[in-house]
Design a protein around this ligand. Structure first.
Ligand code: GRF
Length: 187
């Protein structure tokens, strides 16, 4: 089986997933696609020896370029790991139930446009939540609204900093995202 990853930022989940499947003959990471040429994920792909393709907004929304690449790679699963643009309908329609995303909170709380990265953890702290976590879900045309596949929780203490919350959530991501991918691929 093979998977394609999309990322816009640091790519620590990309690295974790690539390393997780490195010695697994059943899964290949066919490539990483990014909308940010200077994102850290590009460097990570270089040292991980994974092909990384950059596309801009025009290619993504006004041409079939990315769809064409995906069709030729023919992935069993498309994994959004910190990818910040909305998936075009054409791509979603072409890969039904094959596109998943990870969100660093317990959806439906703290989802939607603008709710990414530290913004999420800031809001969690600001509202005095006693728990937060991760949500892995299918991707539909609205941000963070597709059917939920799994959620994992962690406790938030009143004196946790935003960074401390982020770290706890990342730990959950690193542990559960690769496992969820394996499960969806039936391997
Ligand atoms: C993760 O927290 C993920 O949940 C969210 O974006 C972040 C990406 O982090 N969608 P990284 O780029 O994998 O380090």
């Amino acid at each position: 089986k093979h998977i394609v990853l999309f990322a816009s930022g640091s790519g620590s989940n990309v690295e974790n997933i690539v390393r997780h499947f490195q010695d697994n003959r059943n899964v290949t990471v066919a490539g990483v696609l990014t909308n940010k040429r200077d994102a850290k994920v590009v460097d990570r792909c270089n040292y991980l020896n994974i092909s990384c393709l950059y596309f801009n907004k025009t290619a993504f929304y006004s041409t079939d370029c990315v769809l064409g690449i995906l069709k030729s790679l023919n992935p069993d699963l498309i994994v959004l790991a910190g990818f910040l643009w909305k998936m075009p309908k054409k791509i979603i329609d072409h890969f039904p139930m094959k596109i998943i995303n990870i969100h660093p909170a317990l959806l439906p709380k703290y989802g939607g446009k603008g709710m990414y990265g530290s913004h999420v953890h800031q809001a969690v702290k600001h509202n005095g939540e006693i728990e937060t976590g991760i949500t892995i879900h299918y991707v539909n045309e609205n941000y963070d609204e597709g059917a939920i596949i799994l959620q994992e929780k962690t406790k938030v203490h009143p004196n946790d900093s935003v960074d401390a919350i982020a770290e706890k959530v990342h730990e959950l991501e690193y542990e559960h995202f690769p496992k969820a991918i394996s499960k969806l691929l039936n391997i």
